[in-house]
Design a protein around this ligand. Structure first.
Ligand SMILES: NC(=O)C1=CN([C@@H]2O[C@H](COP(=O)(O)OP(=O)(O)OC[C@H]3O[C@@H](n4cnc5c(N)ncnc54)[C@H](OP(=O)(O)O)[C@@H]3O)[C@@H](O)[C@H]2O)C=CC1
Ligand SMILES: O=C(O)C1=N[C@H](C(=O)O)C[C@H](O)C1
Length: 267
């Protein structure tokens, strides 16, 4: 059966890519496209950015979108995602959430919504990045003593949250593998006379510039050698295709919180 899709933030960088992906993915049908109530794009065909005619006009009416759609894909901002989750709960429909930058208590709210509706929530929908999460689990098991862990990420100049959701997830995966709690061992910046590096810490470095789509590297550095595990995105399409896969995965599910590891069968 076809999954009827609504896409939020449809004029955004990911929104445009998701609309394009929806036109190329068997088993999904775009039925609604959302943007802010004050967006200049309201009323335009959702496919205008990609040069295709979808027959779906961009609107700000979330409840009307859920009346048509089985699933909303949301790559917006945390405050918008939480409002969309309320509408999804009212309608009893599914959500795929790619938005990053949530506070811990907001993540708990998402988990609470997922007791009532099915949700895929993942900081990175790309298959390659999810493969890297698995590689990091293995690396942390083997390189569990004497290696300093540092996470580097680089993104475009327009990104508003740091470190990236993906970098934080990478930190969480490695911390768990090493038996540490990321909240206690993360170091998010260094400046001035910092003193020597504490061995139990996990450091983060953030670069912002130009149109970098998304680079992530985790370094395990010891005395005499280092291991680097990297992913570099050259296009946003892997995030969009992963999201289509996530929407198809949610078909027929009543509730529950899932991530791309569930979607890809990596757990
Ligand atoms: N999980 C993953 O694989 C990936 C996650 N992301 C994440 O997705 C999110 C979006 O990224 P990106 O597309 O680059 O961002 P953009 O700023 O390009 O797009 C965001 C879209 O959401 C809309 N929006 C923002 N606030 C609201 C609101 N309060 N109500 C309704 N709509 C709103 C924006 O409208 P307007 O422009 O009018 O403000 C815009 O259309 C980020 O959190 C990013 O980190 C990105 C790529 C991959
Ligand atoms: O904002 C972006 O562009 C991206 N955001 C996600 C993140 O914060 O991890 C995923 C990807 O790196 C692109």
């Amino acid at each position: 059966m076809t999954v009827k899709l609504a896409i939020a933030g449809s004029s955004g960088r990911m929104g445009r890519m998701l609309i394009e992906a929806s036109q190329q993915t068997p088993g999904v049908e775009l039925v609604a496209a959302l943007d802010r109530p004050d967006s200049v794009w309201l009323g335009r065909d959702a496919g205008d950015f990609a040069g295709v005619n979808t027959g779906v006009a961009i609107s700000a009416d979330v409840d009307a979108a859920f009346a048509l759609a089985d699933c909303l894909i949301d790559f917006t901002r945390p405050e918008a995602t939480l409002l969309h989750l309320e509408a999804a709960r009212r309608a009893g429909k599914a959500m795929v959430i790619g938005t990053t930058g949530f506070k811990p208590e907001e993540k708990q709210q998402i988990a609470a919504f997922a007791e009532h509706i099915p949700v895929v929530f993942s900081a990175n929908m790309a298959t390659g990045v999810n493969a890297v999460f698995k590689l990091l689990e293995v690396a942390a098991q083997i390189l569990n003593s004497g290696y300093d862990v540092e996470v580097y990420e680089a993104h475009h100049r327009f990104k508003v949250d740091a470190p990236s959701g993906t970098a934080l997830r990478m930190g969480e995966v490695v911390a768990k593998g090493l038996g540490r709690d990321l909240a206690e061992c993360a170091v998010y910046g260094r400046e001035g006379v910092t003193g020597e590096r504490k061995p139990e810490t996990i450091g983060f470095a953030t670069v912002r510039g130009g149109d970098i789509v998304g680079d992530h590297t985790v370094t395990f550095a010891a005395l005499g050698e280092r291991v680097e595990i990297s992913h570099k995105a050259g296009s946003r399409m892997p995030y969009a295709s992963g999201s289509m896969r996530a929407a198809l995965f949610l078909q027929g599910k009543r509730n529950g919180l899932f991530d791309m590891q569930d979607v890809l069968g990596l757990k």
